[in-house]
Design a protein around this ligand. Structure first.
Ligand SMILES: CC(=O)SCCNC(=O)CCNC(=O)[C@H](O)C(C)(C)COP(=O)(O)OP(=O)(O)OC[C@H]1O[C@@H](n2cnc3c(N)ncnc32)[C@H](O)[C@@H]1OP(=O)(O)O
Ligand SMILES: O=CC(=O)O
Ligand SMILES: [Mg+2]
Length: 359
């Protein structure tokens, strides 16, 4: 572990100054595409402005024979495209794979000025982030970059899970963490074969009525990912970085997808992965606060005056702590309103309606 005074020092001569705070840019949906797939790649220009993040995926889901084509495809797309308000991320191959070194050297030196964040799969501990951190600093210096590339880890091994706090705090480059439920399930030897989402077998059952064990008893399906997401959110919040749900593989089940995304949003995640165009609108809906909730947050803010003490609003107690909850909502609405004109109008209407009532 570096000492506190060295933590923000560049790790290579000529590398850019590390950031002290992760930029608060909306990242509701990290949209995956395979740069070696011509149909998907052709859609990238039209997706700019419709998603917060476009991620050129080089790892799992890209066939081994296409790894080099995917890397080169991403370079070509990045060079030819103005991404405007949309961030460009990539997911590199795993650190023990034969491709990762060339992924990093090629991408940083060729398109490092376009890349906002590098997603690193199967991170096991702080040592993986330290390796990436130093290598990126060397490559940034070589490429003459003036802005550091940030790092995002996927939480998808049991060891990574146990080390999640140290991973989050391993470098000022750490932007956030995503849940990787497929690899994590395999690594933990969980007995689900689904990519994220629930399982009908994971449930609690109502007590027997009149001792009749075989009688009619309601069951309630539980969230397999609750513990993992909650722990990830705490680790991220502790280190001032962002938490994300990952993939939801049942593309056709848009209803359960929305539920899984909302659970993550309510627990503190700021976004999710979208694997298919059908999931983009769901992520936008779920990870943008409801204007009614934003209006309520503005009402509490107005009612709380200087922010201290307790008041009654609609029969409910509000105080310093509930005001802080409301400020989370207001701040998010302001950030999203600034990049999404339609939402901006709805949130402004929410704010104005409260201001009118107060006047
Ligand atoms: C566990 C993990 O690691 S998850 C992360 C890794 N996985 C991924 O990145 C998967 C990304 N997504 C995909 O590969 C694809 O969406 C699949 C394989 C799931 C489904 O693909 P398809 O069978 O082509 O789906 P479908 O026929 O519904 O596609 C409709 C259109 O959307 C396009 N499309 C599908 N996925 C995407 C995408 N992620 N981005 C842009 N366009 C897409 C298709 O090319 C197709 O285009 P067309 O109308 O011009 O023919
Ligand atoms: O990479 C994602 C996962 O779920 O595995
Ligand atoms: Mg994975």
């Amino acid at each position: 572990m570096r000492s506190a005074k060295d933590f923000f020092a560049p790790l290579a001569v000529g590398a850019p100054q590390p950031v002290r705070e992760v930029p608060a840019r909306p990242t509701r949906m990290i949209h995956f595409f395979d740069p070696s797939n011509p149909k998907m790649a052709a859609k990238v220009p039209d997706m700019i402005g419709t998603v917060d993040v476009l991620l050129g995926n080089l790892e799992d889901a890209v066939k081994a024979d296409n790894k080099l084509a995917a890397r080169q495809g991403l370079v070509d797309i990045a060079k030819a495209t103005d991404f405007g308000p949309t961030q460009l991320w990539t997911r590199i191959n795993a650190l023990d794979s034969p491709w990762v070194l060339d992924d990093l050297t090629t991408l940083v030196t060729e398109i490092g000025d376009k890349l906002d964040v590098i997603m690193v799969p199967k991170v096991q501990g702080a040592e993986d982030i330290h390796y990436i951190d130093r290598l990126l600093a060397q490559l940034e210096a070589k490429a003459g970059l003036t802005r550091p590339i940030l790092v995002h880890a996927i939480l998808e091994t049991a060891r990574g899970m146990v080390n999640v706090e140290e991973i989050c705090g391993a470098s000022p480059r750490m932007q956030g963490i995503s849940l990787g439920p497929a690899d994590l399930a395999a690594d933990r030897k969980m007995k689900t074969t689904r990519v994220g989402g629930g399982h009908p077998g994971y449930l609690v059952r109502q007590d027997p009525v009149d001792g009749d064990i075989q009688g009619q008893r309601s069951t309630y399906q539980q969230d397999l990912w609750h513990y993992t997401v909650a722990r990830m959110v705490d680790a991220c919040a502790m280190h001032g970085i962002y938490a994300y749900y990952g993939p939801f593989g049942d593309i056709k089940d848009v209803v359960a997808c929305e539920d899984q995304f909302r659970n993550a949003f309510l627990l503190g995640c700021v976004g999710t992965w979208t694997l298919h165009p059908a999931q983009i609108a769901i992520a936008r809906k779920v990870f943008s606060p409801d204007p009614a909730d934003v209006a309520h947050a503005y009402r509490v803010k107005a009612a709380m005056g200087d922010g201290t003490g307790a008041v009654m609003l609609d029969g409910k107690m509000e105080d310093d702590a509930s005001l802080k909850q409301c400020l989370v909502m207001v701040e998010l609405a302001q950030q999203l309103g600034a990049i999404d004109p339609e939402l901006g109008e709805q949130y402004e209407a929410a704010r104005a309606s409260v201001a009118d009532q107060e006047a």
